[in-house]
Design a protein around this ligand. Structure first.
Ligand code: PGA
Length: 259
């Protein structure tokens, strides 16, 4: 955390919670968070596509200052892409953040760096903010390849994007071996890799972009480890999976400064 960058705490619900459950969890979350929390952190939730309209309606009608997020999108505007959703469709739901290139999309659904880059461009074109995910497998880490893997993903992800836009985006460093495993990176390792991501941005887009860009850590973030991770100088928030499915534990992560 750095004083000039407001942390962003994002809940990635993955394929969990139907739209009835989504409404309930967002309302419970709103009772747990107050103005102080929203002043010190930006908060987003990323429900499945089928929940987006319901969550949008609750957030807007109850004036809850939580941003609506999506988990992915297609890079084309429209067309014969059965099952896909375009960035333009998300924009119409007032989605603010779109997760792009999550490791599950890369590993399970075969998204490569080129597709991820096209998605980043499409998200920007529709005036939303991409959360670009990067991270290494355990084999790559043990092989000493963590930095080169992450550097390639960052470079490819922002290819052709202007400096201003790069500074406004979010990168989530998520070591694949820490996702959903309960095996969090140590605060020192997470800090080292987030600082490395920032140095990659510096090389690509200069110091202003490197200072402004928000870099989240993700991978088994829980209320018990949030404070030690989020107080690292180059970690500007968290991308939270499992612990975001419970309003109380997600709220405790947002309130990490109180622990
Ligand atoms: P986790 O997931 O918090 O359940 O490890 C993080 C993510 O996949 O973004």
């Amino acid at each position: 955390m750095n004083l000039t960058r407001k942390p962003l705490i994002s809940g990635n619900w993955k394929m969990h919670l139907n739209h009835f459950e989504a409404i309930q969890i967002v309302q419970t979350l709103s009772y747990q968070l107050d103005d102080n929390d929203y002043q010190s952190c930006d908060v987003s939730v990323h429900p499945p596509f089928t929940d987006l309209r319901s969550v949008q309606t609750v957030l807007e009608s109850d004036r809850i200052p939580v941003s609506l997020g999506a988990q992915h999108c297609h890079f084309e505007e429209k067309g014969a892409f059965t099952g896909e959703v375009s960035a333009g469709m998300l924009e119409k739901l007032n989605v603010k953040y779109v997760i792009v290139g999550h490791s599950e999309r890369r590993e399970v659904f075969g998204e490569d760096n080129e597709m991820v880059n096209m998605k980043v461009k499409s998200v920007f074109k529709h005036t939303m903010t991409p959360i670009l995910c990067v991270g290494e497998t355990i084999e790559e880490r043990e092989d000493g390849q963590a930095q080169s893997k992450v550097q390639n993903q960052v470079k490819a992800g922002v290819t052709g994007i202007g400096k201003e836009r790069i500074s406004s985006m979010v990168i989530a460093y998520e070591p694949i071996w820490a996702i959903g495993t309960g095996m969090t990176a140590t605060p020192a390792d997470a800090q080292e890799m987030c600082a490395f991501v920032r140095s990659c941005v510096h090389e690509i887009a200069g110091s202003a972009a490197a200072n402004a860009i928000r870099i989240q850590y993700g991978g088994s973030v829980k209320p018990v480890n949030a404070a030690e991770l989020l107080t690292q100088p180059d970690i500007d928030g968290a991308l939270v999976g499992g612990a975001s499915l419970d309003a109380e534990s997600f709220a405790r992560i947002v309130k990490y400064r109180l622990h």
